[in-house]
Design a protein around this ligand. Structure first.
Ligand code: GDD
Length: 440
């Protein structure tokens, strides 16, 4: 009798059949990413020359046992059509589909709603990735821990400073066995500085029954609070008229993970590599730096060659025009059809497509929006934050401001004008110096 082993497994010699789910959210999400999310859905925003979710896909493509990628969100179907079409060329062995929730169902609600589609092909386990994190996605290492421990669930964790920890899901684990003993989502007081990175590997036999139990518990206690995301706190309470809608919102973090810690073989893989959330628009700049550095370390041929005027890592789209006397880097991404003039200095910045930076301008710690213009001798700058920081806001003159300067789409900065620590909404013309302002 011959054993029927699926082709991908046979070819790679390892791994249980697996699927990957990327949670992409929807248009009511990503509000902290404004003004950039006014023009592009956050998962498709370009960081280090590629959409944020492309970086997730690249990591997924390195796991031999993954048969399919399912993106779940509540954006319109048309939003990801081009991205999926282009990804089919780049990742030909990785079928990708988008499943649309009819409304926000929460991080566990969407998984459960689409369980039949996810379970098609009988995968034994599923990776679940939040799309709004930037990290090296050590998925193979998580799968190894899963196998070694004969686990039912593995969560990716990282250590952050004590004061940052309560902004995330916190994990208490056994240092020796790496077993998750206790999980609390954004606790009010400090319980651990090992936090949830938003990347999981679940056995299908553990996760779907656990979500089902959570649903049952919810229906038995109908007045229970529903838990929306941190970005949607106004919906936290189950108002009578919203009852049906809220009842269906189910969150992995609040409704499922702590039960998994109590009852299942749940382990944490602690990454020592980089990890950041991409929440605010400004957080795209550190994410850009981290992904560029990763590409640089892996010898990516996509990056610009180092020279006297190119301090690596720098990404320049092949259609961009950069004057040879302009000095770029480190950590700069230049998008399609951008024009950068003579004597320009750009550092720690994302320059989005069709924009122009005129001669002798200086752009530091900033995002230059699509089709924007920075005048000659102008200075557009943010403020550097510590590399370990998990926030992109700083206090200046007693006021909390964004550390990154952001120009929305089609903004103009006049010649010799200085813009410092500002967020500028689309279509604004800046003709005088501005500091620490949100320009509406
Ligand atoms: N499809 C879908 N439907 N996706 C959703 C929904 C939903 O209803 N709600 C959130 N998401 C997606 C978001 O787009 C994001 O990628 C991810 O799920 C988590 O988003 P939030 O719910 O806003 O959670 P958070 O970012 O505040 O916290 C989560 O991530 C942290 C790490 O970045 C939690 O998992 C924390 O514990 C964790 O530390």
């Amino acid at each position: 009798m011959s054993l029927q082993i699926p082709l991908r497994e046979k070819a790679n010699g390892a791994g249980k059949d697996t699927k990957a789910v990327i949670l992409v959210g929807g248009p009511s999400r990503g509000t902290r990413f404004r003004p950039l999310s006014l023009d592009v859905p956050k998962p498709l925003f370009d960081v280090a020359g590629h959409p944020i979710i492309w970086h997730c896909l690249t990591a997924i493509a390195k796991v031999p046992s993954i048969q399919e990628v399912v993106m779940i969100g509540y954006y319109d179907e048309s939003v990801f059509r081009d991205f999926i079409r282009e990804s089919a060329h780049e990742f030909p062995n990785l079928p990708i589909k988008y499943l649309r929730e009819y409304q926000a169902l929460g991080t566990a609600g969407g998984l459960y709603h689409f369980r039949d589609a996810i379970l098609k092909g009988r995968p034994e386990r599923i990776f679940v990735l939040n799309s709004d994190v930037c990290c090296s996605f050590p998925l193979n290492e998580m799968a190894k821990l899963f196998d070694d421990k004969d686990a039912e669930a593995v969560i990716l964790g990282t250590r952050v400073s004590e004061d940052a920890a309560t902004n995330f899901g916190c994990i208490v684990s056994d240092a020796h066995s790496r077993r998750v003993l206790h999980y609390v989502e954004k606790p009010e007081s400090r319980i651990s500085n090992l936090i949830n990175c938003g990347v999981y590997l679940f056995s299908v036999e553990a996760i779907f029954p656990s979500i089902k139990t959570a649903i049952k518990r919810r229906s038995e206690r109908p007045r229970l609070l529903s838990y929306p995301s941190s970005e949607n706190l106004e919906n936290s309470f189950m108002a009578d008229d919203d009852e049906d809608r809220s009842k269906q919102v189910l969150r992995l973090e609040q409704d499922v993970l702590s039960d998994l810690a109590d009852s299942k073989q749940f382990f944490v893989y602690e990454t020592k590599d980089f990890w950041r959330q991409i929440k605010t628009a400004g957080s795209a700049v550190p994410a850009n730096a981290l992904y560029l550095q990763k590409a640089h370390q892996s010898g990516s041929t996509e990056l610009a060659k180092p020279s006297a005027n190119i301090i690596p890592p720098v990404f320049i789209h092949p259609t961009a025009t950069v004057d040879p006397t302009a000095k770029l880097g480190p950590n700069v991404s230049v998008g399609p059809r951008v024009v950068i003039g003579a004597g320009v200095r750009v550092k720690e910045t994302i320059v989005l497509e069709d924009s122009e930076i005129k001669h002798d301008a200086c752009v530091l710690y900033s995002i230059i929006g699509w089709n924007s213009r920075v005048g000659a001798w102008a200075r557009v700058e943010g403020t550097p934050t510590p590399v370990t920081s998990h926030t992109t806001s700083i206090v200046k003159n007693g006021v909390k401001v964004q550390s990154i300067t952001i120009l929305g789409k089609e903004c103009g900065v006049g010649d010799e004008v200085r813009v410092q620590n500002c967020v500028c909404l689309p279509f604004k013309e800046l003709k005088r110096d501005v500091t620490n302002e949100v320009i509406m």
